[in-house]
Design a binder for this molecule. Structure first.
Ligand SMILES: Cc1cc2nc3c(=O)[nH]c(=O)nc-3n(C[C@H](O)[C@H](O)[C@H](O)COP(=O)(O)OP(=O)(O)OC[C@H]3O[C@@H](n4cnc5c(N)ncnc54)[C@H](O)[C@@H]3O)c2cc1C
Length: 229
């Protein structure tokens, strides 16, 4: 999987702090970004979290390029309605019959018998797809035979509020491994450009008590544990 931060709102930390400042301080719109003080911003942004003043995080957006994610994971991803997606079309783009075009889950990759069985089935479906398209069957119909694990490409935009929500759900240890890995890489990229906003991002266990009804019993110790586990 390849995940790239294609674009983001300039100075995201400062903009969220400015949005909060216009609520709580007697400061003009023009002066908002000029009166930026780094330490104050950190404290202010932490208070936004604890008080639930989350609309201030909606002013900054992050756009990712995602490549090599399975359609299994992308199906979960697009359930996040407060995000924007553009996904490679299987109606218009001919799917590759390369073996690597299909994601192999680690549990299968690490089991030689399971892997052989899986690859045999993938090859068969790819051969059938190719044969159907060569017979003149439209790509939009031939694709029905492709595996659910076929890789896809997307451009996705989320604002920082939605990202926090996404990270809280998908960085839980109980989340499906592929969307968990996607979320981990996204958080790393977000923290690179907006360290203050994303200082407190992640599942509930990292900041206190697990909010899951069925806990995994292995809470993350800290951000290092989450990002580099
Ligand atoms: C562990 C786990 C297991 C899951 N299992 C299943 C499953 O078995 N089957 C299944 O179908 N899905 C499943 N899902 C998907 C889940 O139900 C959500 O569709 C998905 O996580 C998107 O979350 P969301 O709706 O909170 O977020 P988003 O769509 O990203 O929305 C963000 C927030 O906006 C608000 N919001 C958005 N739309 C509305 C609305 N229409 N009305 C009111 N408030 C709204 C809510 O507060 C919501 O939390 C699972 C998700 C997880 C994390």
């Amino acid at each position: 999987m390849n995940v790239i931060l294609l674009s983001h709102t300039p100075e995201p930390d400062a903009l969220v702090a400015a949005a909060a400042r216009i609520c709580y301080r007697d400061v003009t719109a023009e002066d908002l970004l000029q009166s930026e003080e780094k330490n104050l911003s950190r404290k202010l942004i932490a208070e936004l979290f604890t008080s639930g003043h989350m609309s201030t995080f909606e002013h900054v957006s992050f756009t990712f390029g995602i490549d090599g994610l399975s359609r299994v994971a992308s199906h979960q991803l697009v359930r996040h309605r407060v995000a924007s997606f553009s996904q490679q079309s299987q109606r218009y783009v001919k799917m590759s019959d390369d073996e690597e075009a299909v994601i192999i889950p680690p549990s299968i990759k690490n089991n030689p018998d399971a892997k052989a069985l899986y690859i045999e089935a993938v090859r068969k479906s790819q051969e059938t797809y190719r044969a159907l398209t060569e017979m003149g069957i439209p790509k939009e119909d031939a694709r029905f035979i492709l595996p659910h694990g076929h890789s896809t490409r997307l451009v996705m935009t989320m604002n920082a509020r939605e990202l926090h929500h996404f990270f809280s759900l998908r960085l839980c240890r109980r989340a499906q491994w592929e969307i968990h890995e996607l979320a981990r890489r996204m958080l790393e990229l977000c923290r690179g450009v907006a360290p203050v906003i994303f200082d407190m991002a992640g599942p509930s266990c990292i900041f206190g008590k697990c909010s899951e009804s069925r806990t995994c019993g292995k809470p993350y110790i800290d951000m290092e544990d989450l990002l580099f586990a």
